[in-house]
Write a protein that binds this ligand. Structure first.
Ligand SMILES: [Zn+2]
Length: 243
């Protein structure tokens, strides 16, 4: 690669959802490669067994090197509960995490990526500046209250069309990218370095564990780390400035 006088701006951010006891293991991996993460914490997540929640002291330790964001109080599916309940889930989740931290949080993530326009308004009214969705395959943020991402640390079957496009319809390359989400994540990073943009990798520590994907994740983090000129930031850095 030649040195261009004006290389495209490349921003790397990562986010990790739910507030699981394995989040510190994931944070250690990020630290090893100098990559910043935003951990979206649902402090009373109903989908976890009680012993699987990240305890408040663990949240505070994560916050020393990474960002903490809101993810509702108990990880209910927002479209399936009443407006009043949804508003309380969003606000009370923010309040509880802020009490744990003794500091304000500014970013939010919709549980399961499920929301409608009323929830966007609730998130704005609660004082958040950015809300992440689960939409993927973008090198831009889009609407900050429906922020899109690049890749999920997980093998999605629905990625077939994207994989084929990334592989220039080469079936051998497509097969490799389809079978290995780490290769897919790396191909997206290469595209981001070439074209510029925001590379947003996200996932769940419990899912990495359940699928035995720690080595794949480390391979991706190592590949995208310590690149000259690349900015490594938390999700809050994607909040548009007010002027
Ligand atoms: Zn979640």
């Amino acid at each position: 690669m030649t040195n261009s006088p004006n290389p495209p701006r490349v921003v790397v951010t990562t986010s990790w959802d739910d507030g699981h006891r394995l989040d510190p293991k994931l944070a250690d991996l990020l630290d090893r490669y100098g990559i910043v993460g935003t951990f979206y914490i649902s402090p009373r997540n109903i989908e976890f067994a009680p012993g699987d929640h990240l305890v408040p002291q663990g949240v505070r330790e994560l916050a020393q090197r990474h960002e903490i964001g809101g993810h509702t109080l108990s990880h209910q599916r927002l479209p399936l509960i009443s407006a009043a309940e949804a508003e309380a889930e969003i606000r009370d989740g923010k309040d509880e995490v802020e009490q744990i931290l003794g500091a304000a949080v500014s970013t939010f993530c919709y549980p399961r990526g499920e929301y409608d326009a009323s929830h966007v308004r609730m998130v704005k009214d609660a004082g958040f500046g950015l809300a992440r969705t689960v939409r993927r395959h973008s090198l831009g943020v889009g609407d900050p209250f429906e922020a899109v991402t690049t890749v999920n640390a997980y093998a999605h079957r629905v990625d077939v069309p994207q994989v084929l496009r990334m592989a220039d319809l080469n079936p051998f390359t497509a097969g490799r990218l389809f079978l290995n989400w780490d290769d897919f994540a790396i191909a997206w990073f290469d595209k981001c370095v070439r074209e510029g943009g925001v590379y947003h990798l996200w996932g769940h520590s419990w899912e990495v564990e359940a699928r035995g994907d720690w080595e794949r994740l480390e391979r991706v983090l190592q590949y995208i780390s310590h690149r000259p000129g690349v900015e490594y930031v938390a999700n809050a850095a994607l909040i548009p400035s007010e002027n």
